[in-house]
Design a protein around this ligand. Structure first.
Ligand SMILES: Nc1ncnc2c1ncn2[C@@H]1O[C@H](COP(=O)(O)OP(=O)(O)OP(=O)(O)O)[C@@H](O)[C@H]1O
Ligand SMILES: [Mg+2]
Length: 275
């Protein structure tokens, strides 16, 4: 059996972005939460360049700082030291060209599904009519047709998460940050959403950062899989996924796919499990 073309880049070597200016440039980034009970060192220095149009998946043990990393990129919290650039500009507030799917859907209870999805358009004062068409197309893709006028509490958890994904994409951001977006979905819907996300990435060439607890999902979707260490988290390894695109679900049964998933998984067995 031939070994797949695995390329492991161990830190501290900084993996280079593929071409041109990175869409996201992270330099010596650290985060320590200051709390009443003392400091919580959460991220050790992280260096990572993500190329324009690249799909990066981040996996790591629970509590290692994945959501923290995503919130830093989204400009929602401040770094303790180091810097983040999005589109060549230092992040000091949430950049316009970024869409985010949070770990829990955080929909506004008093707004309908459609009004929730249109939030980024309103906040950014974009053209309502053209984006309404886009919202409707996304609603169709996410199989939420007929639920536009319902309220979030009238939806299942998975449906709420799908609405949150529509909201992240409605203003057509170049960069999409997703924090375990499919965690609440049943296996079949999750597979369908994986295929849909792959299609969106393929067709729109968006830059996507996806946090996931699913190793197969990370290998299936990503160009590179970033493995983080326990808290205070840092990059432990980065794997390139050289599988051709578009990828089919059947590909998950191939020896190449299994070997890649095994490599990523080996980090967690060494440390006692991913969760
Ligand atoms: N606002 C905050 N104040 C203080 N500590 C925080 C805050 N947010 C997160 N932390 C701490 O930082 C650490 C990392 O949290 P984070 O949510 O980034 O982890 P995670 O890798 O996303 O975990 P999970 O996989 O369970 O979602 C945890 O120990 C958490 O308790
Ligand atoms: Mg998290």
């Amino acid at each position: 059996m031939t070994r797949p073309n695995l390329r492991l880049i161990e830190t501290p070597e900084v993996p280079a972005a593929r071409a041109g200016e990175p869409a996201i440039g992270i330099k010596a980034l650290t985060k320590t939460y200051r709390t009443r009970d003392g400091d919580v060192p959460t991220l050790r220095p992280i260096d990572l360049d993500i190329a324009d149009g690249e799909f990066v998946a981040v996996v790591g043990p629970s509590g290692c700082g994945k959501s923290t990393l995503l919130k830093l990129i989204a400009g929602l919290i401040e770094p303790t030291s180091g810097s983040i650039e999005v589109g060549g500009k230092e992040v000091v507030e949430p950049p316009d060209d970024v869409g985010i799917v949070f770990q829990s859907p955080v929909l506004l209870a008093w707004r309908s599904v459609l009004a929730n999805i249109m939030m980024p358009v309103e906040v950014r004062k974009l053209d309502y009519a053209s984006h309404l068409e886009r919202a409707k197309a996304l609603i169709k893709t996410a199989r939420l047709e007929g639920f536009e006028n319902k309220y979030p509490w009238q939806l299942s958890g998975g449906m709420q998460q799908r609405a949150a994904i529509c909201r992240a994409l409605v203003h057509d951001p170049k960069i999409v940050l997703m924090d375990e977006p499919f965690g609440a979905l049943d296996a079949l819907t999750r597979e369908r959403m994986n295929l849909e996300l792959q299609r969106i990435h393929f067709e729109t060439k968006k830059t996507i950062v996806l946090i996931t607890h699913s190793i197969p999902e990370s290998v299936f979707l990503a160009d590179r899989v970033v493995v983080m260490s326990d808290r205070p988290g840092t990059i432990e390894a980065i794997y390139e996924v050289p599988l051709p695109r578009p990828r089919s679900l059947e590909m998950m049964g191939t020896p190449e796919f299994s070997a890649l998933a095994k490599q990523v998984r080996s980090h967690f067995y060494a440390e006692g499990g991913i969760d």
